[in-house]
Design a protein around this ligand. Structure first.
Ligand code: FEO
Length: 396
């Protein structure tokens, strides 16, 4: 399958409808994904990125049915992560002498993955590849999101091939932003940003300023996952600028784990308290053990503040909560407020563990933790409501 996205510029990737987990089991992809590869035909022909290894043979066969592989002059590897480079070995077996353009870190990663001495051509920001009537201009994008990441700008058509940036894990046959359900698209785009790009937000801000500062026309942004931004492509750039600037909505997210429902009841009382303290606030409540962790991370990303609850077990917290805290620590959320709560039977260390974890993850603790011995009764539930109301006041 291929389709033309501009005169002589083709999408030649793979739509992966059945993908439900990405990065191993790390990232849930409820709507599947796509691995976008692009073929640019001019006097010279360039192939930009490939697809994930399970689809390597299908990818190369598909490409072979469209063009003589020997007619490809240049292979561009914007990013060595396997979802984009996985079909390179299969492709390079067919065209072993063709040059592979990537960053210096791309050479290290590609050699590290595939242990092949392809004809690597190292490029830096501003380097140009002459295709005849148009040029590909390379823009390094280190740590967006790997050290090797790179984008390419096609002159004439004014297309930015942005690799992972501006992508979404979103399988669709309607591969353009104006043809899909907008709420689905933005759900997947914000989830992708929250779960993958949050720790690199300062770099996102700087890179966007650098690219916008070039003053280049921009007709289209072609990421390596999900749809192509052709209608008002700058909308996703502006959206990234907002997300990178310590994004917050008027939301509190309450996340708990529970053994015998005591901590759940505290969480629900706190939710009532938060909304009674601020009627305009959105309050969302999740049992972390029964929720999709990436969806919860997205809700944390949108929140001004979070309340984390766990009962005490073995002087610590329940395992699903520990997993979430590990993920939050890595994501480096900024300017978010938090507090801890939980039930206990005889020792009650969970709230301290939660508080320490929240501080380590960069949250500002704005309330002393709330803990209650045994099953909460009316007094404890009323106090939990007050705790929620107080938290709503503190995040105003
Ligand atoms: Fe889509 Fe970083 O790979």
């Amino acid at each position: 399958m291929k389709f033309e996205i501009a005169p002589n510029v083709y999408w030649v990737g793979k739509i992966d409808w059945e993908l439900k987990k990405f990065h191993g089991e790390e990232y849930s992809t409820h709507r599947g994904s796509s691995y976008n590869s692009y073929l640019v035909k001019d006097q010279k022909i360039a192939l930009i990125d490939t697809v994930w290894a399970p689809f390597a043979r299908e990818f190369v066969e598909n490409l072979r049915s469209e063009i003589d592989l020997d007619s490809i002059d240049y292979v561009i590897a914007n990013h060595a992560e396997m979802d984009h480079s996985g079909a390179l070995p299969e492709l390079m077996r067919a065209i072993p002498d063709k040059p592979v353009f990537c960053t210096a870190n791309g050479v290290k990663s590609l050699k590290g993955h595939y242990h092949q001495d392809w004809d690597f051509r190292v490029v830096k920001t501003g380097d140009k590849l002459d295709l005849g009537t148009k040029e590909l201009v390379f823009v390094e994008a280190p740590m967006l999101h790997w050290p090797d990441s790179m984008m390419d700008y096609l002159t004439g058509d004014a297309i930015l091939f942005s690799n992972d940036a501006f992508g979404q894990h979103y399988a669709t046959e309607h591969m353009f932003n104006d043809l899909v359900v907008q709420s689905e698209l933005f759900e997947e785009a914000i989830k992708y940003y929250a779960n993958i790009l949050t720790p690199f937000s300062p770099l996102v801000t700087r890179k966007i300023a650098e690219v916008v500062g070039l003053g280049l026309p921009l007709n289209m942004i072609c990421p390596s996952h999900g749809i192509i931004w052709r209608k008002d492509p700058l909308q996703i750039v502006q959206q990234y600028q907002e997300w990178a600037a310590d994004y917050q909505e008027n939301q509190v997210t309450i996340i708990y784990d529970t053994m015998w429902n005591g901590t759940r009841r505290l969480a629900e009382a706190m939710a009532k308290g938060v909304s009674s303290g601020d009627r305009d606030i959105t309050v969302k409540v999740f049992n972390i053990a029964r929720s999709d962790i990436n969806d919860v991370v997205t809700e944390i990303f949108k929140s001004k503040g979070i309340l984390l609850g766990s009962p005490t077990i073995n002087r610590g917290i329940l395992a699903a909560m520990a997993t979430l805290m590990e993920m939050m620590t890595g994501l480096k959320f900024k300017k978010k407020k938090a507090a801890a709560f939980g039930c206990y039977g005889w020792s009650g260390e969970s709230v301290k563990v939660l508080g320490d974890g929240l501080e380590k993850a960069g949250f500002e603790i704005v309330q002393e933790p709330f803990k209650t011995l045994w099953e909460p009764e009316d007094d404890a539930l009323n106090a939990a409501m007050e705790f929620g109301r107080g938290f709503a006041e503190k995040i105003k």
